[in-house]
Design a protein around this ligand. Structure first.
Ligand code: NDP
Length: 485
């Protein structure tokens, strides 16, 4: 490898790096050049066993600490993550290809926010007291046990932290499997947690493809599974978890609407559309890729959008001036090119971009289609790349019905200066995460997740605690107990 922050082995188990080169090799490819910059090995059955046993063995001791003690360690990890933000951002950029301009403000920083927030919350997790005459019930908020986290490749540090922080705050342990496309960053999360004082075995990372994920999900030692991934993978993981009646959180894909009414501030609406389509080269699950623009503002919106896109700095993602990087992989690039071809053949009007760049790496231009109709593939299917579909609309009732006419329900946004309309439309959206005059904000304080096919459960916020803990009721009788015989 060619950079200083590299993890030293494939897996992190029981407080140390572990290698087993009997596992299938997984090359780490830098998306900006296509060069192989590292290699890890997929977990063998012995490695999977080791990780699950470590998590199982460590869980009781970790849960026995007070919330204050667990929280202090998580907050220390947050501080270390922030101190190392530069190195972690460089690594995230090598792992994903996302520009350093983004990774330095959106990845380790977001992971640190989760560790700090749930670290702060750990001491506040309590049950309640329920008086029943002279008898009473008290509830205990208890951990679930061993949690498995499975990540997508777009936000490897963030996903590893968003799942780990609430799980550990509640007294669970975790085995995390990153996407095989981006195996490096989660190892650094494990390393930092251990350095901060998380006991050995509490947070483990193992590598592998879907088969390793599937082995983890179906293992009897596992109590909960949290997946960030596509809907087809979600179906498989949910079904496998159901066989063992395990708790699940599913953060899945989307095809979210972004509605721009003609009274909107054009500049802000264009900013929202850029953030909701081209940040991370469009590889964001909550992106607002169906941009419904009211007819009165359409020309101004498209003109300003094209001007702003011309300012995108496409190039070496490690250069802080670069604002638009490559796709994560050759495969993902091919998927995006396929959708651009479909957009053209199905009759959409290409108004910006559309071409692969003639340079090494997996770069494709930010792309905008106008005159898109609801039935086109680019308006119905998740592309997971920098392809914006602009659709026309006439009025509020029509656009809301069309916005909701999708099997997904992850996110939705509306731009308007009309306050009552903004809230009415937000209330009408069938989506878990909505934005008014903004797009893609994901503060740790707010619940994040989807409805319909986009998911089950919520990450971040107090809501996440419900998904990483369970209540036990204890009935206490103060007097004698009567029985029928
Ligand atoms: P995938 O669904 O292909 O993979 C997600 C993870 O699941 C990977 O680690 C993958 O391993 C693993 N996996 C694959 N098959 C199985 C299986 N049978 N059992 C257990 N684990 C399995 O998603 P991508 O990595 O391609 O990520 C893109 C998708 O993620 C998009 O649909 C996007 O919308 C969604 N996403 C959702 C987010 C949300 O919060 N709602 C956020 C970010 C992305 P491997 O890839 O190594 O084979």
């Amino acid at each position: 490898m060619t950079y200083p922050t590299q993890p030293t082995a494939s897996h992190f188990i029981n407080g140390r790096y572990v290698e087993d080169d009997g596992g299938a090799p997984i090359d780490v490819i830098y998306p900006a050049t296509g060069a192989v910059i590292g290699r890890v090995h997929s977990a063998t059955p012995a490695i999977i066993d080791q990780a699950l046993n470590a998590a199982r063995d460590a869980q009781g001791t970790w849960a026995a600490l007070s919330g204050t003690e667990r929280g202090r360690i998580l907050r220390r990890a947050a501080d270390i993550m922030r101190e190392r933000n530069h190195d972690l951002s460089v690594l995230e950029t090598y792992d994903t290809g996302k520009p350093y301009q983004e990774t330095s403000v959106a990845d380790a920083t977001s992971g640190a926010d989760a560790l700090e927030y749930f670290g702060g919350m750990a001491a506040t997790l309590t049950g309640e007291h329920i008086q029943l005459g002279e008898d009473w019930v008290y509830t205990r908020r208890e951990p679930l046990g061993v949690c498995v986290g499975i990540g997508a490749w777009n936000y490897p540090t963030q996903i590893a932290s968003w799942k780990g922080a609430p799980a550990l705050a509640c007294g669970n342990t975790m085995v995390f499997k990153p996407s095989e496309t981006t195996p490096l960053c989660a190892l650094k999360v494990a390393e930092i947690l251990y350095e901060a004082g998380v006991p050995a075995g509490v947070y483990n990372v193992i590598q592998g493809l879907g088969d390793v994920g599937a082995a983890l999900v179906s293992d009897a030692r596992v109590d909960k599974v949290s997946l960030t991934g596509s809907v087809p993978t979600g179906r498989k993981v949910y079904a496998a978890a159901a066989a063992g009646i395990k708790h699940v959180t599913m953060e899945l894909g989307g095809k979210s609407p972004l509605i721009v009414f003609d009274d909107a501030d054009v500049e802000n609406a264009v900013s929202g559309a850029i953030l909701g389509n081209f940040y991370s080269s469009g590889q964001v699950c909550s992106n607002g890729t169906r941009v419904f623009v009211q007819k009165g503002i359409k020309d101004a919106f498209l003109d300003r959008l094209a001007q702003r896109l011309a300012d995108a700095v496409i190039g070496d993602p490690q250069d802080p001036a670069t604002s638009f990087g490559p796709m994560v992989s050759e495969r993902q690039l091919g998927i995006v090119e396929g959708y651009i071809a479909k957009g053209q053949s199905e009759g959409a009007r290409l108004v910006y971009g559309g071409k692969r760049l003639e340079r090494e790496g997996f770069f494709i231009e930010p792309t905008v289609f106008a005159d898109v109709t609801d039935d086109m593939s680019i308006a119905r299917e998740e592309i997971f790349g920098p392809v914006m579909a602009v659709l026309d609309f006439e009025d509020e009732a029509e656009v809301l019905a069309r916005a909701n006419d999708t099997e997904f329900g992850l996110a939705a946004g509306v731009f308007t200066r009309d306050l009552t309309r903004a809230h009415r439309v937000a209330a009408g959206f069938q989506a878990g995460t909505c934005f008014i005059n903004s797009y893609n904000d994901a503060p740790v304080e707010a619940p994040f997740g989807g409805s319909k096919l986009s998911g089950v459960g919520r990450e971040n916020s107090k809501a996440a605690i419900e998904h990483y803990s369970q209540l036990k009721s204890v009935y206490v009788r103060m007097g004698d107990l009567e029985a029928p015989f």
